[in-house]
Structures are given as C-alpha cells and as structure tokens.
Design a protein around this ligand. Sequence first.
Ligand SMILES: Cc1cc2nc3c(=O)[nH]c(=O)nc-3n(C[C@H](O)[C@H](O)[C@H](O)COP(=O)(O)O)c2cc1C
Ligand code: SF4
Length: 660
Amino acid sequence: MPALEMLFSPGRLGRLETKNRLVMPPMVRNYTDEQGRVTPRYRAHIERIARGGVGTMILEASFVRPDGRGFSHQLGLHDDAVIDGLATLVEAAHTHGAVIGPQLFHAGRQTTSKVTGTQPVAPSAVPDPLMQEVPRALSREEIAEIVAAFGAAAARAEAAGCDFVEIHGAHGYLITQFLSPFTNRREDEYGGTPENRQRFLVEIVDAVRAAVSPDFPVIVRLSCDELVPGGLTPDDTIAIARRLEALGVAALDISAGNYASFTRGYMIPPMAREDGLLVPFAERVKGEVGVPVIAVGKLRDPVHADRIVAEGRADFVAIGRTLLADPDWPNKAREGRLEEINRCIACNQGCIARLFDQKDVWCTVNPETSREEVFAVAPKRALRITVVGGGPGGMTAARIAAERGHEVVLFERDDALGGQLFAAEAPPYRPGWRELREYLTREMERLGVDVRLGTEATAEMVRMTRPDAVVVAIGSSPRRPTIEVGPGAEAAFAVDILLGKRKVRSPVVIAGGGCSGAQTAEFLAEQGHQVTIVELTGAVATDAPPDERALLLERLAEHGVEIRTHTRVMRVDRGEVTVESAYGVETIPAATVVYCLGSRPNDGLADALRTTILDVRVIGDAVQARRVTEAIAEGALAVLGIERGVQRVGYEHDLALAAD
Ligand SMILES: Cc1cc2nc3c(=O)[nH]c(=O)nc-3n(C[C@H](O)[C@H](O)[C@H](O)COP(=O)(O)O)c2cc1C
Ligand code: SF4
C-alpha cells in the first residue's frame, strides 16, 4: 500500500492549515437558482465531495456582478441574498474538516448577452473567437465599479463564513483580458506596459484585501501560458506572480489557456492528452516565488499526485473532474483502496461539454454527481433486480443496485463484460473507455453481482431469476444503409472492424463521418490504410466534445485522411463507391466500404418480459442510440425508479433525459 505521506500531510494557505494537500479546483456546476443562489441540490453535491476527504474546496467561479455572469445557473456573489445559501456550503465543508471559499469572477467578453442580458464588456472591443460577440470597452468609471464589486463579493464570502477567496485571473476571463496583450488594446493607464495591464488585477487584490479581515487568505488563479499567439507567456506570468507575492497573496493556483486556445486541449485536458500536462507550469512558477503553488490538470492517480508534492513541484494538487468522478478519491487513496477508485476518464462528455451547452454538469462515469439528493434517500427494502446486458449502462444499473443492497443478476450475451466499450476503446487515444470497462468489471466482482456471461437471456431465463424488476440494457446494432450494393462489393460495419472481426483492404471509404466514423478512420489510417470519409452534412465528428474533435481532426489531417462533406453515398460496387455532391455524381475507388451510419435500438425482449413481470425498464441505447453518459445515467435512474415505484426519478433534466 503506497504511503502517500506528502499528499496527506497538512498544508498551509496563509493563516489556514489544511488537512491535506488535495484541492477541489473551481468548477461551475450550473446547479443554482435563477438568481445564482445555492439550492438544496447544490448543497448535497458539495457535502458529498467534502465527505470524501478533500482538504480544500474552491467553489466555482462566482459572478461579482450580473454583467459578469458566464453560465445560466452559476453561483453569484453579487448580492447579499446569496450569503445564507453560501453559509450552508461552508457548514457542509466544515463538518468534514475541509476549508472552503469561492472563486471571484467576471467573465468579461467570454460570455454572451443571452446569459447576461446585456452586451458583454472587456478592456477593448475585441470579440472572443469562440463567443464571437463584440464586447463594449469599459470606461475608467466602470472599471472602478467592477473593482469595488470584487471587494463587495469577497466581503460576502467572509460574511458567509468562508475561509478564503480565490480571484479568477485565469482562462481568458475579464482579469486575464486586462493582463494580456492578446485582448488588451487600451491606451490609458490600464493598457500598454505590463505594469499598466496588471493594474486592474492589483486594484482588485487591494479592494479584496480592504474588504475582508487583515489576514483573510486571498489566492489568485493564473493561466501560466495562454497558448495563443500574442498571449501571456510563462515569463509574463512569473512577473505577475512576483507582483502578487509582494501584495501578500496566500497562494497561486496555476492553470493554462483561454477560450481561444480551448480546443488545444490544455485548459481541461481531454482523453487524448497525458496526465499532469500542466504541472510543469506550476513547477515553473513555484521556482520563482515563495508562496504555495497549486498544480492542476488531469491528475487522477494518487501515487502520481503524491510524487508531485514530494518532489516539490507544487505544494497542493487540485483534482477537479477526478472528484466529480469519485468524491471518495481522497479517502480511498488514504486507505490504500486504489482499485476501488472510479477514475475520471477525461471524456469531457458529461461535465464541460454539458456546461458549454448551458446545461447542468453531470459526470459520465458517476451518475450520482448532480443527483446526490436523490441518491441520499435509502431504499425501503432489498429487492431482486435482474439486468440484461453488460455494457456500461447495464453494469452501472448492476453496480448501483448492488451498492444499495439489492440482490443482482446480470446476463451478458458475450464472453466478457463491456458491450460497446470494447469498440470505443479500440481507436487510438481512447484509453479512458478501457479504464471504465475495467473499473465496472472489477466492481461486479467486488459487489458480488451474479454475472452470467455467454448467456443470451430469454424471457424465460429472466423469469427464472424471480426478479422484482428487470433492467433491459441490450444496446443497439449498427444501422444498415438504404443504398444499392452491387455484386462482389466488400462492405463492413465499423464496429466489426474495431473489434477485429473483419479485415479491410485499401483504399477504404467510410460512409458516415460522425465521431465514430472519424475515429474508425483514424484507427485504419494508423494501420497504414488509405482512408476517405464521406459525410452528408457539412462537417465531421460534430458529436464529439470540441477539444476532442479539434485534436482528432488534426490527427486525421496528419494521416492524410481525405474528408468529403456535403456528399452522399449512392451505391457501393466491387472496388468503388458512387457518390453525389454539389459537383455532381462521381466514383471513388474503394476496396472496402465501412458503414458508420449510427445505430438502431435492440428491442423485443422488454415486451416479452412485460407479460409476466410488473416492473421492466429499458435504458440506454436500447431506447435510443446515444452516448455513454446517457446510458450510465439511465442505468442508475432505473434502479432509483424501481426502488420508489415510479417510472422516472430525479430532477427536471432527468425527466427529459430520453429526449436529450
Ligand atoms: C465543468 C467544469 C467547470 C469548470 N469551471 C471552472 C471555474 O469555474 N473556474 C476555473 O478557474 N476553472 C474551471 N474549470 C477548470 C478546472 O478548475 C480545472 O482547472 C480543469 O478541469 C483541469 O483540472 P482537472 O483535470 O483536475 O479537472 C472547470 C472545469 C470543468 C470540468
Ligand atoms: S464527465 Fe468525463 S471528463 Fe467529466 S468528470 Fe466525468 S469522467 Fe471526467
């Protein structure tokens, strides 16, 4: 059992002692009410994370004024009406020995008038390439008002009992917009020289310090490298860090990137990026200042995290998505239960992709996240639940049911558990799906689920298990194309190729350029095949999270994969495919055609079961082909629904789940 001594040694943030070196970094959840106030759901979420043993909790970016709001249901610190709700979060953290404080935030140009109700503001009228709305340049008077709003927000945090505040000077929001020549074109005392560009941040630090008690810890988050041409570099950031140290900040929280560089995959590193890729930035800053430094970025392994602190690369390690995936990560690590950790797989599907759609944050691998209140209600009695289908949705139903004390039988047609995760993990840069499959498979054993492999369950076999309820999670099958196929044509489904059941010959044409089509293209191109993707719409892989997509497209280009958009496959013959586009009808050489045209639900079993079993629930792709995130959420919700005898359980969003 690894000792992890450094990770679980006390840390210091100014006057505060923390129980360990683990930090929950700020993450907007979109769980508040319309006024940015804490809801019971939010409190339950924060309490659940605090219970898992993290030492320091930085609450999400909280807008100091309504014109600085970045997300529809983000925490606010703009009004005294938020204080009571915030105090409930403080109480939840303190009960479990964690220290807690919010991140003070103004979005500047990185928001839209849809969210704020007014034109976004910025140092200069330069639009953000992602949000695209032209902001209004702030006057000196308005700057002074915003500086004062940061101070007032800090005072509210202290009034609510918070232990510290963090100022959000990273990720391209208003403070970075002033700091960076990428966004600041001002010619007054707030623009031009580094000192002038730092003025806004320095005034905010002063205003915050003046608004709180003398030794109240103030942390600042910075993007060490903005990763855009003309943006802040590590050298610029070191100068800023030194200035902040001189101003007496308690710690520096070191991240990277802004919205313009988001798709480079640093700010919230996706599956294709390595663990700990931002640590060198924290290390660089730590080498130049004496204040404690927090490192962040895809830190998922306790031994790795401990080493970062032990080697003096950072004083604290922030684990953001890691805590959404498993709030008990700190306690499990401390107790040496590393095999039981449900790892964040960096899929970005459930969390940041939903947030950027202005939805509430979920976690693909942990359906309890966002639903802690519903999960907290214990079942009235132990039931017998039979699950058919051992993919991610079925295994999750089995896991949640077994964890909640039910007796579970799980049927799986194949000889191994995993379902479509096997195909998902086959392309390059997709290791997370394997991690999820292995975790869920381990859990089946740990929780004593009666797994019956190699068994295609019939209604009769299911009845023999005498279940109180059945969860049908039998997934989907690839959709057959409705095109003409000539004699001798060689065609295959993508899933069969990814699973090694079919071989292909070059050149290959992939019919259908969704995310799985694009990934299959990469899988084949890496093996040296010549690949063309034919896609009916105007772009490929649009169903992938944006950073994942950008990196995938880059790699496809490097492999020389040809992409034909606005093009329809008309027929497939031996050695060629006939396609139609705005340029007319033509043929493309194709020794093998790969169909990647979506999936249709596997149905049938549920109806047969319903004749004798009262409670039968169909989940995941067996309802409608969607992503793993939805399959897992529905697997968990099916169990809660069975316990309570209602068809759907949860928040409003869960009611709309099937239509999502
Ligand atoms: C859903 C979500 C919301 C986030 N919101 C914030 C935020 O409010 N403020 C901030 O500084 N960073 C925010 N981040 C970035 C995280 O704090 C963290 O730096 C990033 O997720 C990388 O760390 P991780 O790999 O441990 O998750 C957010 C990330 C996610 C996934
Ligand atoms: S949704 Fe994916 S990236 Fe986000 S926390 Fe969960 S596993 Fe990690």
